[in-house]
Design a protein around this ligand. Sequence first.
Ligand code: UD1
Length: 421
Amino acid sequence: MCKLVIEGGRPLQGTIDIQGAKNAALPVLAACVLCESPCVIHNCPGLLDVDASCKILKHLGCRVKKEKGTVTVDPTNVAECSIPDALMREMRSSIVFLGAIAARLGQARISFPGGCELGPRPIDLHLAALRKLGLVINEGHGFLDCHCTGRLHGETIALSFPSVGATENILLAAVTAEGLTTIINAAREPEIADLASFLNRCGAKIRGAGESVVEIEGVDALHGSEHRVIPDRIVATTYMTAAAVTGGELELRGVQHTHLSPVVPVFLEAGCAIRADKENLFLRAAHSLHPLRCVRTMPYPGFPTDAQAPVMAMSTLAEGNSLFVENIFENRYKHVPELVRMGASIKLEGKVAVVEGVRALFGAPVVAADLRGGAALVVAGLAAEGTTEVTGLHHIDRGYTSIEQDLASVGARIRRVSSAE
Ligand code: UD1
């Protein structure tokens, strides 16, 4: 078992290159299943979930080659329609393969994804939408057995909530369906627009991706193409909180600053200075951090739930009270008791957290219970007096390709050690 050992109190200074977005790479890799010739996907982050996607693609019959950040997928001979339970369990978001497999092969068999660290993760919206497109889905014994006779057919689908995963599954199922599919109340996250731009380059006809109403005109078949995955806006936000909480200044290279518009106002409210051009963002910390009136997590372009934990870590050292409301996931405050161990003052009441800024945090042994909550503990550790030891690193490693190298390269005292040391 490994841990991150952090000696806090050093302002970060320098430049970090931002990795490709995990949440964009995964659906793009699933989309390769739909193509009838090879695809080349650049800027894939080196993460276990990307490896798990490659394993699923191989199991389905694709030839897959991974060289640094580039994954080449030859889906010409896709023939297998099932994903074994063990592979499904490696990555909860493997549900996004369902629409693609069903559309390509007319049938699919995958195990039912269970809950996860963030609480129950229902897939009712995915299933209702796919059924509307003509997929027959039988649920039982922990599996989803799906088939359709002939092609799926276009439909109007109104989502009761703009679910990211459901929107992706509908896109994947509808691009080769017969006729027009319209998604109303689609998720507007940049990862959706990225998936659609890849699919369009493969011959799909999608209009409006990134907006609330998306139209998909079904085409007969897709061909392979080349694509570069967008930068990871949540990794960028995490490093912004790290700079802000340590009184440092960082340049983040290779970001899409428009994707960061939902988080920038929070950093400005905290008193940080931000300068951005198309691909770089520079942040200089405030002299003293101001409190945040109210951070409400919302679907994009609202404040992202994935950024709630790191931003909360930053606010623990603000001069006053900050308020958070978590509207997306039920169980997304697992970092709170760990931050409290480090000296933070936080009160929780259902989906609301009140953070009373303290003068200092103190290093402590803490455990990451989920991906972004774990990153928040690292952020807190960078600002804390003394030594913080973060365990539960398998969570953090699901989203950050090189968190300790990135942070060490800008002056943090952070190292990964095996617990035996
Ligand atoms: C994706 C992201 C995740 C991010 C989330 C919200 C990936 C791999 N993961 O997750 O990092 O935190 O978007 O921005 O891209 N819901 C239902 N029924 C459904 C589907 C969702 O009730 O069928 C609910 C969920 O329980 C949750 C909310 O809708 O409360 C948001 O979920 P969704 O947008 O689907 O998130 P994911 O795609 O799972």
